[in-house]
Design a protein around this ligand. Structure first.
Ligand SMILES: Cc1ncc(COP(=O)(O)O)c(C=O)c1O
Length: 393
């Protein structure tokens, strides 16, 4: 978070706490809105990234719509959005028992495979626009765990497959009104998006001419209008050559830097010569730390500092550990540790393993006030355990 100095304001918080800064979210959306006005790009926010409802109302007031990955997210999108705003959906797993409801809730449905198009196309109600997710087979990501364009990918119809189909079964394309691709992850180089569009255009030029809309996915980070210049060029290219409607749906780029998780040290001891500081948070509040074995950035770290601690999570999992960090001053029970850039893929994936409570949710508002929005309770845990909130156990 750059706008507020969280270290100064967290002393009174109940930790663990998830704090989102409305001002940073609005700043990022403002950068995108400039582009929307200049090039008629439509902006969507993907609910999979972050879905705190109060913040979503704020985001909804600016974007053209939301994108969903499931029936529940589509329902959430419709609950929050006002009339006239758009809902897109893509998932590798549309289901028989959900497709009808989904097609009432969503305006744009991107099927992930040709078999799903064949199976569900005729169940989609008329007002919904059908498209496909494509695998551009042009990869910029080295780590295959994040790479939708990897070999044997489960995400999207490959350009090779589409080219074959184009040659042999043009009738099939009558069903396809648009395409979605999402091929990058945390990239600061939006030229890669422009390159991707040129690559599709070169591989299958007839295709862009045939469709009405393109959803460019997300996967890019940005801090200024200048960073988005290649996106503007990409949108101008698509609009001037093919006159298609263009959507962009960045998640982490909008909320990643806008949130942090604040925690407190609850115990310190030595283990085989290293000091362990146990925190009241856990990797389960930021699951990608464990999934991808990343070392999260903390606000208090002082590179070269003489006090070293292994920061550990509050659960019994041996690997619930954040990493070794250096500090200028020794930690003590009660010291605060703030994990930075925690807006994306944290609370949406968080769970209560060991019964450890989820972080309380605070908003740092446009009036520069910290407001407690939600404190999870035992009842939330009980419901997850199959219990009834009102039953006396
Ligand atoms: C289809 C699609 N769109 C948008 C996003 C958002 O990506 P990011 O948060 O990296 O911008 C994702 C993330 O997985 C996605 O799968």
């Amino acid at each position: 978070m750059d706008k507020i100095n969280v270290i100064n304001i967290i002393s009174d918080l109940h930790t663990p706490a998830f704090i989102y800064d409305e001002n940073i979210i609005l700043k990022k959306l403002g950068i995108l809105s400039n582009l929307r006005e200049e090039s008629r790009l439509k902006i969507l926010f993907p609910l999979k990234t972050f879905s705190l409802t109060n913040a979503l109302y704020l985001i909804a007031s600016i974007v053209n719509g939301f994108s969903a990955s499931s029936l529940f997210e589509a329902k959430l999108a419709r609950d929050i959005l006002t009339q006239g705003k758009t809902v897109h959906i893509t998932t590798p797993a549309f289901r028989n028992d959900e497709i009808r409801d989904i097609s009432f809730l969503c305006d744009y449905i991107s099927f992930n495979s040709l078999s799903q198009v064949k199976k569900f196309y005729y169940q989609v109600v008329e007002q919904a626009n059908c498209g496909i997710r494509i695998n551009t087979q042009l990869s910029f990501i080295k780590d295959d765990r994040y790479n939708p364009c990897r070999k044997h990918s489960k995400l999207g119809v490959s350009l090779d497959e589409l080219r074959e189909l184009w040659k042999n079964n043009k009738k099939f394309f009558k069903k396809i009104g648009g395409i979605l691709f999402h091929t990058n992850c945390e990239s600061e180089n939006i030229n890669q998006l422009l390159e991707t569009i040129k690559h599709i255009d070169k591989t299958l030029p007839e295709f862009f001419a045939k469709i009405n809309w393109v959803n460019l996915g997300g996967g890019y980070l940005f801090n200024s209008k200048k960073d988005l210049a290649p996106l503007k060029e990409a949108v101008n290219f698509l609009k001037s050559k093919y006159d298609v409607e263009v959507f962009f749906e960045p998640g982490k780029g909008v909320v990643g830097e806008a949130c942090c998780i604040a925690s407190s040290v609850v115990d310190i001891f030595n283990s085989d010569g290293k000091d362990i500081a146990v925190l009241d948070t856990s990797v389960n509040h930021m699951p990608e730390v464990f999934e991808y074995q990343v070392r999260p950035e903390i606000a208090q770290e002082s590179t070269g500092g003489k006090y070293k601690y292994i920061l550990a999570g509050a659960t019994c999992l041996a690997g619930d550990v954040f990493g070794e960090y250096q500090f200028a001053r020794p930690l003590a029970v009660g010291s605060k540790i703030i994990f930075k850039t925690m807006g994306a893929y944290t609370l949406v994936k968080a769970h209560m393993f060991n019964g450890v409570n989820l972080p309380a949710i605070y908003a740092y508002t446009q009036k520069e006030k910290l407001e407690l929005e939600k404190q999870f309770e035992y009842e939330d845990f009980l419901i997850k355990c199959g219990g009834d909130k009102y039953a006396t156990l």
